[in-house]
Design a protein around this ligand. Structure first.
Ligand SMILES: NC(=O)C1=CN([C@@H]2O[C@H](COP(=O)(O)OP(=O)(O)OC[C@H]3O[C@@H](n4cnc5c(N)ncnc54)[C@H](O)[C@@H]3O)[C@@H](O)[C@H]2O)[C@@H](O)CC1
Ligand SMILES: Nc1ncnc2c1ncn2[C@@H]1O[C@H](COP(=O)(O)OP(=O)(O)O)[C@@H](O)[C@H]1O
Ligand SMILES: [K+]
Length: 510
C-alpha cells in the first residue's frame, strides 16, 4: 500500500456506526459481502502465517453468529487447506446466512466442529471470531462462561477486528471480554483501540487494510475527521525542527514557567529540562526565592526569577514580571495548593497559558468553568484522571469513555489534554486527537512535569508561526510519549525516571 495511503489511513478512527456506514457504501457500490469477507479473511490468514508459520499447529477457531464469525470460518477453511490442524467451536445455533454457509462448507470439509469450548483445550493457537463491531449488549451465559474458561487457559489468542466482548466505541468489556495476545483491527482503527480500559484486552494491535476507498471513508467521516490518531508525520510536521537561518532567540518564543516550592523543588527542575528540550528561544522561570540558586545551577541558560515566598510556596509574582512580555506561560508543577494568587495572576494574563498539577487543583478551587469563561487567551489544561475529576466533577468518568469525557468538557473553552495510557486531547470545537502509542514506563512521578515544560516551550515557540495551538499540544504529547517508548526500549520500563526521560527528548527526534 502506498506510504501516503498508509499514513492517511492510520490517522482515522471510527465508531461501529461509522464503520457500518463506510462498509455499506462499498456494498452499495457493488462489492459483494461474501467477496469482501473472502478478501479480509485471506489477509488475516497471511498475517497469521507470518506469526505462526509452523503448519503442524493445532488451531482452535471460535465462530460467532455474525460476520466476525464468518471471517473466522473462512480463516478456518484456508488454514485447513494450508495443512494446519483446525478445530471449530460454535456457541450459537442461529447464524447469519453467509456465516451459516461458511460453517456448512467447513463441516463438509471434515473440520471437527463442537458446541463446547473445552474441545479447544489442547490447541496451540486460538482465533477469536466471536464478535466484532456488531456486539451490542452484555455477553451472557453460556458464552460468558466459555470466554472466562478461555481466558483461564492463557493461550495465544488472535482476535479478529476486536477482542470479543469489547464495546467498539468505549472499549468497555460488556460483561466479559477475551484477553487477546494480538488483535487484527480490520480496515480502520476502531475507537476502542484508543481507550485506556481496552488496552489489557487488545494485546499487540495492528491494522489490516482491505482497501476501503478514501472517498467512502471521507464521505462518512468528513474531510476534517472529528477524531484523529496522531501519526509521526502529523506530529513532526508541527515541531519547529527546521529553524530559519536568519532568526534570533526571541523569534523562537519566550516561555515563562511558574513552578516549584520548598516541597517540590525537583518538579521545577524537570519542568525546566522539558522546556529546554523544546528548543524555545528564551526560558524564564518564576520560582520561590530560596530555589533560585539550585535552578540556576541546573539551567544556566534560563532566567531564574526569585519570587517572595510564604510557607515554602510562591506568595505572589514580583512587580518586575510583566506577563505580556512572554509568548506563553506554563504554570503548576510543584507549586503546592498555597500558590493560588500566582495562578490567579497567570489566569488574568492575555497570552496562551498551560495549567498543570497544582495549577489545575487551584483552578478547581477557584471554580473551573466560571474562571475559564474569563480567560482572554488560549488555555490548555493537562490533567490526569484525578485532576480531571476535581476540575469537572459533573463530567463523564475519565476512566470509562475518556474520549467522550474530554470532548464533553472542551465546550468550556479550554483545550483539555487528559493524560493516561492513551492521552486524549479535545479543543473547544470538540475535535479530538489521540496519542495512539505510549509506555507504562511513563507512569511515574515527574513525567507529567516534563510534558508541561516541553509543551510550554513548543507553544511559546509556535506563537510566531501561524499554527493551530491544539496541533502543537498534540505534537508535544506525541513527542513526550515517543521519547518514553525509546527510553523504555533502551533501559526497560523500569528505567525511565523523569530526569532520564528529559535526556531522550532530543535523541528520539534524531
Ligand atoms: N460488514 C461486512 O460485510 C464485513 C464485516 N466484517 C466482519 O464482520 C464483523 C461485523 O459483523 P456483524 O455486523 O455481523 O457483527 P458481529 O460479527 O460482531 O456479530 C454480532 C452478532 O452477534 C449478535 N450479538 C451481538 N451482541 C451479542 C451478545 N451480547 N450475545 C450474543 N449475541 C450477540 C448480533 O446479533 C450479531 O448477529 C466485523 O467485526 C468484521 O469482523 C469484515 O469481514 C469486513 C466485511
Ligand atoms: N499506563 C500508562 N501508559 C502510558 N503513559 C502513561 C500511563 N500512565 C501515565 N502515563 C503518562 O505519564 C505521565 C504522568 O503524568 P502525571 O500523572 O501528571 O505525573 P506527575 O504529575 O507525577 O508528573 C502522563 O504523561 C501520562 O500520559
Ligand atoms: K473478535
Amino acid at each position: 500500500m502506498a506510504q501516503n495511503r498508509r499514513e492517511e489511513i492510520a490517522g482515522f478512527v471510527v465508531t461501529a456506526e461509522q464503520m457500518r456506514h463506510i462498509e455499506g457504501r462499498v456494498f452499495v457500490a457493488g462489492m459483494p459481502v461474501a467477496a469482501l469477507m473472502e478478501k479480509v479473511a485471506g489477509l488475516i490468514v497471511r498475517r497469521i502465517q507470518v506469526y505462526h508459520p509452523n503448519h503442524s499447529l493445532r488451531v482452535g477457531i471460535i465462530a460467532g453468529s455474525g460476520h466476525n464469525g464468518g471471517d473466522a470460518l473462512v480463516v478456518a477453511r484456508e488454514l485447513h487447506f494450508h495443512g494446519y490442524d483446525v478445530l471449530i467451536y460454535r456457541p450459537f445455533s442461529k447464524l447469519k446466512e453467509l456465516t451459516s454457509q461458511h460453517f456448512q462448507y467447513a463441516k463438509n470439509l471434515g473440520i471437527p466442529c463442537f458446541d463446547d469450548i473445552s474441545a479447544l483445550k489442547d490447541c496451540d493457537l486460538i482465533i477469536d471470531g466471536l464478535f466484532g463491531f456488531g456486539l451490542e449488549r452484555i455477553i451472557t451465559d453460556p458464552v460468558a462462561t466459555a470466554i472466562n474458561q478461555l481466558n483461564q487457559w492463557s493461550k495465544t489468542i488472535i482476535s479478529i477486528d476486536l477482542p470479543s466482548g469489547l464495546h467498539t466505541d468505549t472499549g468497555e468489556a460488556l460483561g466479559i471480554a477475551i484477553r487477546a495476545t494480538r488483535t487484527f483491527c480490520l480496515g480502520l482503527w476502531k475507537l476502542a483501540f484508543l481507550q485506556d480500559q481496552a488496552l489489557e484486552y487488545i494485546g499487540e494491535a495492528e491494522l489490516i487494510d482491505f482497501d476501503l476507498p478514501l472517498t467512502d471513508i471521507k464521505a462518512v467521516l468528513g474531510d476534517q475527521p472529528n477524531i484523529r490518531r496522531i501519526t509521526p508525520e502529523f506530529a513532526l510536521s508541527h515541531l519547529p525542527l527546521k529553524r530559519p537561518p536568519v532568526t534570533h532567540k526571541y523569534k523562537q518564543g519566550h516561555l515563562l514557567l511558574i513552578c516549584g516550592s520548598h516541597k517540590y523543588a525537583g518538579g521545577a527542575i524537570l519542568t525546566g529540562l522539558g522546556a529546554r528540550a523544546s528548543g524555545v528561544g528564551m526560558l524564564s522561570m518564576a520560582v520561590p526565592e530560596s530555589l533560585k540558586d539550585i535552578l540556576t545551577a541546573q539551567l544556566p541558560e534560563a532566567l531564574i526569577i526569585g519570587c517572595p515566598e510564604e510557607t515554602g510556596a510562591i506568595a505572589y509574582l514580583p512587580e518586575t514580571i510583566e506577563l505580556s512580555d512572554y509568548s506563553a506561560i506554563a504554570c503548576g508543577p510543584g507549586l503546592t495548593k498555597d500558590a493560588s494568587s500566582v495562578v490567579q495572576s497567570a489566569l488574568n494574563s492575555t497570552i496562551p497559558l498551560i495549567l498543570d498539577a497544582d495549577g489545575l487543583n487551584i483552578l478547581a478551587q477557584l471554580g473551573t468553568i466560571p474562571t475559564l469563561s474569563q480567560r482572554q487567551a488560549p488555555t490548555i489544561l493537562t490533567p490526569h484522571a484525578g485532576e480531571f475529576k476535581r476540575l469537572f466533577p459533573d463530567a463523564p468518568d475519565p476512566n470509562k469513555d475518556r474520549v467522550n469525557a474530554v470532548r464533553k468538557v472542551s465546550q468550556h473553552g479550554a483545550i483539555v489534554l487528559l493524560k493516561g495510557a492513551r492521552t486524549a486531547i479535545a479543543d473547544h470545537s470538540g475535535s479530538i486527537w489521540i496519542i495512539p502509542e505510549s509506555t507504562p514506563a511513563l507512569a511515574r512521578g515527574g513525567s507529567g512535569d516534563v510534558l508541561t515544560g516541553l509543551m510550554g516551550g513548543l507553544v511559546a515557540a509556535a506563537s510566531t508561526r501561524k499554527m493551530p495551538i491544539e496541533n502543537i499540544v498534540a505534537s508535544a504529547a506525541w513527542w513526550h510519549a515517543t521519547s518514553g517508548i525509546l527510553a523504555a526500549q533502551e533501559r526497560t520500563e523500569l528505567g525511565v525516571d523523569a530526569f532520564t526521560l528529559t535526556q531522550y527528548l532530543i535523541s528520539v527526534l534524531r
